[in-house]
Design a protein around this ligand. Structure first.
Ligand code: AHR
Length: 364
């Protein structure tokens, strides 16, 4: 929806009494609209269901010497946080493919887990005067100063995949990504139901992702909020393993050395760490999926193969293929449309029974 079209429907024919009265109050209002457009950013009333405010930016148009106005191509700066997992690599591919398909010029920077590098990338996008900046933030905190710089430059920001904790919502247009808290709850619910007939104590080891990142914080919270329903569920070991296969293997080896005979369940915050842990469990002489129940998040092909083979017990999906949604948001922003403040990816869960039939559809 363009700002003018819905609020001011075109009238045909001459001006009647109603028209004259309308004209008296319409002119000051038009003046206000023009002033607001000059400020490049305006709030619109909600159009789609969302409990959050919407934000609108002006469309990228170029005016030629003869005064003709035409669209120019859109440039998107994307600050990706790293390449730690299969999920992340699939996410990067999805963004690149979707940009090419939409005809959007993409400036892509991989920050290799460094927030400092993300700041550098964002500043370089500002210097290059890109139209929109999308950021997949490595950790939740510390973003407000750089986002204020971007706002000052008049460039709209899309938060992608992970959340940034910021107190001023005008610093970004929309946040596109998964509901990590809900993912943690899904993992907890599976465990609660799976263990219905098993007497406690049920001792759980947890492999957390990157310290300070929103998936780590939210998945841990969601999981705990469900398992606290039973007081004989006990998380006896919990450590960060950075969402990598190597981290998962290394930390699981340590867990097994410390309390190998007690661990009944492993909750890994992503597939890569769970895959590393499975190697450690086998090397220790236990059977993953039987002696130790394995619950993981993401839904990569490798994880579903393990699930179908009985070495994982449950996988909560987290969808990395959000490139098309990001490009759609970029285009809508540039057309001056309003967007909900939060766009949540729709996701499912996989069990040992559903994994095999899902495998042929897996794209990563
Ligand atoms: O932010 C999404 C998480 O980051 C995925 O679960 C994980 O695999 C990735 O590295």
């Amino acid at each position: 929806m363009f700002v003018g079209s819905r609020q001011f429907p075109a009238r045909r024919g001459g001006m009647d009494m109603y028209g004259r009265r309308t004209a008296i109050w319409v002119w000051p209002f038009m003046l206000l609209v023009l002033l607001a457009c000059n400020k490049k950013e305006t709030m619109l009333p909600p159009e789609r269901t969302s409990d959050a405010p919407r934000q609108t930016m002006v469309a990228p148009v170029e005016e030629s010497a003869s005064g003709t106005v035409s669209r120019r191509s859109i440039t998107l700066g994307f600050s990706q946080l790293g390449s730690e997992s299969d999920w992340r690599n699939a996410n990067s591919e999805s963004v690149k493919e979707a940009a090419a398909e939409a005809g959007i010029e993409l400036l892509f920077e991989n920050a290799e887990q460094s927030q400092e590098k993300q700041f550098e990338a964002i500043r370089s996008f500002v210097a290059k005067k890109v139209d929109v900046i999308a950021i997949a933030p490595v950790i939740e905190t510390g973003w407000e100063p750089i986002l204020r710089e971007v706002k000052q430059a008049g460039i709209p920001v899309i938060m992608v995949d992970r959340e940034m904790k910021i107190s001023d919502p005008s610093l970004y247009v929309t946040f596109i990504g998964s509901d990590f808290y809900e993912e943690g709850r899904k993992a907890g619910k599976f465990l609660r139901d799976f263990m219905l007939d098993e007497p406690g104590p049920i001792r759980i080891a947890e492999l957390k992702g990157t310290e300070g990142s929103s998936p780590t914080i939210e998945r841990a919270k969601g999981f705990r909020d469900i398992i606290r329903e039973r007081d004989d569920f006990e998380i006896i070991l919990s450590e960060h393993a950075n969402f990598t296969v190597e981290g998962g293997r290394r930390v699981m080896e340590k867990f097994l050395e410390e309390r190998g005979s007690e661990i009944r369940v492993l909750f890994a915050h992503n597939d890569d760490m769970a895959l590393g842990a499975v190697e450690a469990i086998k090397a220790y002489g236990l059977r993953p999926g039987e002696d130790i129940i394995i619950i993981s998040v993401d839904g990569s092909r490798k994880a579903l193969e393990k699930l179908a083979a009985g070495e994982f017990n449950f996988v909560v999906e987290c969808n990395p293929l959000i490139g098309p949604q990001i490009m759609q948001a970029v285009q809508e922003i540039m057309e001056g449309r309003s967007l909900p403040k939060r766009i949540v990816s729709s996701e499912t869960v996989f069990t040992q029974a559903t994994a095999a039939q899902e495998l042929p559809n897996r794209r990563y």
